[in-house]
Design a protein around this ligand. Structure first.
Ligand SMILES: N[C@@H](CCC(=O)N[C@@H](CS)C(=O)NCC(=O)O)C(=O)O
Length: 217
């Protein structure tokens, strides 16, 4: 069945791979599932047709026949559940991989998103210079804990899983800040994720897509 992924017509990051369609592309590549991409403009994202699929007017949206999904975590859970390679066979190990998916999205990503908000949406606010160091400290705290848990292992719990895919994707969003350089083991963990052939294909595809589109007006 054809899988269609809705992505930014032109990502604001210009193809750095930080928009959330990249993590879904990566999961699809790991799963060996071909997909098509449907571009959506910022204005069309807020129109009823898109809101029917994504109630918050965002990307990504995943379509597979009659099934329409939003939320990158739920989409990757669905892909991992229906293909091999992203969840371990053992039931307990699978439950732990799912735990890491939630940890990536619920515990590690929120302070990273705060940084993006502070930098890009609240940059002109008078309190911005006081808030920025607090947000950096919250990220540092989480990265210290994550780094302690990872230790010198390659992946968070045995073999690479959807938990690592989401954790690496979330950590990549800190790259413009440079904060990952303070955590060499996490930087190496992210580099291992980026070195996976499936990630490379996903990154190249989103880059080609974002650089091929005409500039947004
Ligand atoms: N929790 C959602 C977040 C989706 C999200 O924030 N998407 C961003 C792009 S990465 C977006 O569409 N932003 C535009 C907007 O919110 O108007 C998910 O994981 O899919």
């Amino acid at each position: 069945m054809t899988v269609t992924l809705t992505a930014f017509e032109r990502s604001p990051d210009g193809g750095m791979g930080l928009a959330r369609d990249t993590r879904v592309r990566w999961a699809l590549e790991e799963a060996g599932q071909a997909y098509e991409v449907r571009p959506v403009s910022f204005s069309a994202m807020k129109e009823p047709a898109h809101l029917a699929a994504q109630p918050f007017g965002q990307i990504p949206v995943y379509q597979e026949g009659d099934l329409v999904l939003f939320e990158s975590g739920a989409i990757i859970f669905h892909i991992a559940s229906h293909h091999s390679g992203l969840f371990p066979d053992d039931a307990n190990a699978r439950a732990r991989a799912i735990t890491w998916m939630f940890a990536a999205l619920n515990t590690v990503e929120p302070p990273i998103l705060e940084l993006i908000t502070v930098k890009f949406l609240e940059g002109d606010k008078p309190w911005n210079k006081d808030r920025l160091p607090l947000v950096f400290d919250r990220i540092r705290h989480r990265l210290t804990q994550l780094s302690a848990r990872l230790g010198d292992a390659d992946w968070l719990d045995g073999a690479f899983s959807a938990g690592d895919l989401l954790m690496v994707s979330v950590l990549l969003r800190t790259r413009p800040s440079g904060i990952l350089n303070e955590f060499p083991s996490l930087a190496a963990y992210v580099a291992r994720g980026e070195a996976r052939p499936a990630y490379k294909r996903a990154f190249a595809a989103q880059l080609a897509f974002n650089t091929a589109q005409p500039a947004a007006s």
